[in-house]
Ligand binder design. Structure first.
Ligand code: TMP
Length: 206
């Protein structure tokens, strides 16, 4: 049986990646592919602990956050029924909203980049995606979208952090491009225009 494809969506908060990930999962299902839509932080206990920290209810240092994201990512890979590895082995395409590029961007800029990179990329239980789609948006455009759609904000959703994180995302992409298959897509357009570009990229991975 052919393995599933592992496709990751990345971007700063408000970039539209969650909408695009859902559209892609629906499109693939309609076209007869078995598809599983997932996200990080996960809904596993490791992910729930992260949500508490992200809401600001529980204080964690940025190094603790980096380790918690790695812990959640390992759980996400190895879970026996809904884990990324098990799903791909069963021939199911896995579409994931955020993955290690986020840790390299968010915690990589707030702690030590080499340490964060090594924890993720050298970990035998964290697999490399077949494709990463980075949806690019400027921080002010992102905040405009966040303030329109939400009652509460999480700890990284402010202009200063989003500015640093976007710069870091672009630098992570140039650092990893020789090893990882990453595409940058302009997110400040209609949902339909962004999605059309994404479909072109999916066609390229077969
Ligand atoms: P979300 O808004 O896509 O649900 O992500 C929640 C927040 O978690 C968002 O501000 C980005 C942050 N995050 C990290 O800081 N590092 C990570 O590794 C991941 C997966 C998310």
């Amino acid at each position: 049986m052919n393995k599933g494809r592992f496709i990751v969506f990345e971007g700063i908060d408000g970039s539209g990646k969650t909408t695009q990930a859902r559209l892609l999962a629906e499109h693939l299902e309609k076209n007869g592919r078995k598809t599983f839509l997932t996200a990080e932080p996960t809904t596993l206990p490791t992910g729930r602990a992260l949500r508490e920290a992200l809401s600001g209810k529980i204080n964690r240092t940025e190094c603790q956050m980096a380790v918690m994201f790695v812990d959640d990512r390992i759980a996400h890979n190895v879970h026996p029924t809904e884990g990324i590895a098990a799903l791909l082995d069963a021939g199911i395409d896995v579409i994931c909203d955020r993955y290690y590029y986020s840790t390299l961007a968010y915690q990589g800029q707030s702690t030590d980049y080499a340490w964060v990179k090594s924890m993720n990329l050298d970990c035998p239980e964290i697999r490399k995606p077949d494709l990463c789609i980075y949806i690019d948006l400027l921080p002010n455009q992102s905040l405009e979208r966040i303030s329109r759609g939400r009652d509460s904000v999480e700890i990284y959703e402010n202009l200063d952090t989003l500015t640093k994180v976007r710069e870091q995302f672009l630098s992570v992409i140039s650092d990893l491009t020789p090893m990882d298959n990453i595409r940058i897509i302009d997110g400040y357009r209609t949902v339909e225009a962004v999605f059309a570009d994404i479909l072109n990229e999916i066609d390229c991975i077969g």
